[in-house]
Design a protein around this ligand. Structure first.
Ligand code: NAP
Ligand code: MG
Length: 506
């Protein structure tokens, strides 16, 4: 079995004391590789390296185009190795090979985008009009990197989440410590190998695997860290925000969701049924913006759900490495138990199972962490299964009788990450979309995200945005410059110059 190492200050090393833990394949419960378990001392070493690289190294002041070239090389090698990265990801996370292949493709494309953005982003200082005084002074703003970024990512899209953190931090000249989820550390550590081959300046990229509950503390409280970028659960997001408050770190959070999927009365069922299955069950529902609350017109609910169940039960479940598989395992035994517990909670709250509701154990499935795709009807929005993020293949179906009611149910949530509307009348769909309090709304679609569009959450789904120019802005500070370059050095009326005396009422 292969053994990985931490990547700190441009060198590979074991974790303190040589601590390792296996990462597990959720398809069969077997170990995939030996992963280093970083200690607090290892995290402190990574932070010190990133600090030094930012304060003393060439990286932050390197022309954007040069940084972009290195990021472009990273993307190119990721592209060359995309098959290998996809297979790693599948064995590590249980994602189907089709999903992991798509992720590997998107990961290199997005990394290439960040490389291009490095060259173009704010290359020119931005002049502010209307501030000059008698033509002798002028004003402009520039954006500068924030400094040392600690980036903590979850297990559902391990490779993509690593790119979403590395890409913008590096493009804008920050240094970074990346911590992958303990369930899926493999591809982040593979990226460390690629970074090392390319030869980024030492300390610019540091990648350390280890328990969030232990090293997360030092990453979020260290006075040497300037920004924390986190993707994960809302619960941990709250904890991170409170810990970062001690040193007023910049914080961006991409947290949980409970996205409402509103099928309007005039939807095209041919696409709305398959689309709603894709919205809620893609990657076994382990997607932060999954459409986990399906809102159906009351008079259409029974027929719509019956057709959904029929289609859902024919989706092939099995070995994630088989390209025919559409339903794989959930990420871990622990996550499987969480999902099964929520199914019991739903039954206890009086929701009615339309399908699924249990572990799948036919043949080889018994060795893995498979949960049958589950639909609950008879759900009311006050139930825990409608309010809490389950993060598994469990869909809650609710009835509505008017657009107003659908919107009210959709917005009655602490979350505001995604949402969707299905209709043949696009104007109607847009009217409903405009009323949804979420960062993204899909119309007749789901899960598609572009690296050129900002992504993030309203309400307790997050703070800040990733992607697009908004995303890069989250990795920079703005500096305002005021310059007087008058050629004639007239004496200035210092105390009278801010506001003319007559305006000052003196
Ligand atoms: P999680 O438990 O919040 O863990 C996420 C990351 O935080 C992991 O790397 C974890 O490390 C680390 N962590 C745990 N406790 C920590 C602490 N006290 N301080 C600092 N870091 C800590 O979430 P998850 O279960 O892995 O992922 C599922 C969640 O992520 C869902 O809620 C989902 O909605 C959310 N998510 C959101 C987005 C988005 O873009 N909005 C995208 C993907 C996922 P360990 O693995 O070592 O515990
Ligand atoms: Mg694993």
């Amino acid at each position: 079995m292969e053994t990985y190492q931490l990547y700190i200050d441009g060198a590979f090393s074991d974790a303190e004391g040589g601590a390792t833990a296996p990462t597990i394949n959720p398809y069969n419960g077997e170990p995939v590789a030996d992963i280093p378990v970083a200690s607090v001392a290892d995290a402190e070493r990574a932070i010190a390296a990133a600090r030094k690289a930012f304060d003393e190294g060439p990286w932050p002041s390197m022309p954007g185009a040069e940084r972009g070239e290195l990021i472009g090389k990273l993307s190119a090698i990721m592209k060359e190795r995309s098959k290998e990265l996809a297979a790693n990801e599948s064995r590590d996370s249980g994602g189907t090979i089709v999903k992991c292949g798509a992720d590997a493709y998107l990961a290199q494309r997005q990394m290439a985008y960040f490389g291009q953005m490095a060259a173009n982003y704010n290359a020119e200082a931005k002049e502010i009009e209307g501030m000059s005084r008698e033509g002798r002074s002028y004003n402009y703003t520039i954006r500068e990197p924030i400094g040392v970024c600690a980036s903590i990512i979850p297990w559902n899209f391990p490779l993509l989440m690593a790119v979403w953190k590395l890409g913008p931090a590096l493009a804008t000249g920050n240094t970074i410590i990346l911590k992958p989820a303990s369930d899926t550390p493999l591809n982040a550590l593979e990226l460390a190998r690629i970074v090392d081959e390319i030869g980024f300046p030492p300390g610019v990229v540091n990648i350390i695997s280890g328990p969030g509950g232990v090293i997360g503390e030092v990453l979020t409280t260290s006075p040497l860290v300037d920004k924390v970028a986190f993707t994960g659960s809302t619960e941990v997001g709250r904890d991170i925000m409170s810990k970062a408050a001690g040193t007023l770190k910049k914080v961006t959070l991409e947290c949980g969701g409970k996205s409402a999927n509103i099928v309007l009365h005039d939807a095209n069922w041919d696409i709305a049924i398959d689309g709603s299955i894709f919205a809620s069950f893609y990657h076994q529902g382990q997607v932060c913006e999954s459409g986990t609350r399906l809102l159906l017109p009351k008079d259409q609910l029974d027929d719509f759900v019956a057709e959904m169940v029929r289609k859902l039960e024919s989706l092939p479940m099995g070995d994630p490495l088989d390209p025919a598989t559409k339903v794989g395992p959930v990420v871990s035994e622990r996550q499987m138990q969480t999902v099964l517990d929520y199914i019991e909670i739903g039954k206890g709250e009086g929701a009615v199972l339309a399908c699924g509701g249990e572990r799948a154990t036919d043949g080889d499935l018994a060795n893995g962490y498979f949960v049958k795709p589950t639909i609950f009807t008879g759900v009311t929005n006050d139930m825990r299964i409608a309010q809490e993020e389950i993060f598994g293949p469990v869909l809650c179906v609710m009835a509505y009788e008017s657009d107003d009611e659908a919107v009210a149910i959709a917005n009655d949530s602490i979350f505001g990450l995604g949402g969707g509307v299905w209709s043949e009348d696009i104007d109607h769909a847009k009217q409903v979309a405009a009323r949804m309090r979420t960062g993204t709304v899909w119309i007749n679609d789901w899960h598609l995200l572009s690296e050129r569009m900002p992504f993030g959450g309203y309400k307790q789904s997050g703070v800040g945005r990733e992607f697009g120019e908004e995303g890069l802005n989250e990795y920079t500070e703005v500096k305002s410059l005021h310059v007087d370059d008058a050629k004639t050095r007239d004496k200035k009326p210092w105390y009278d110059m801010l506001v003319p005396r007559e305006d000052a009422g003196a």
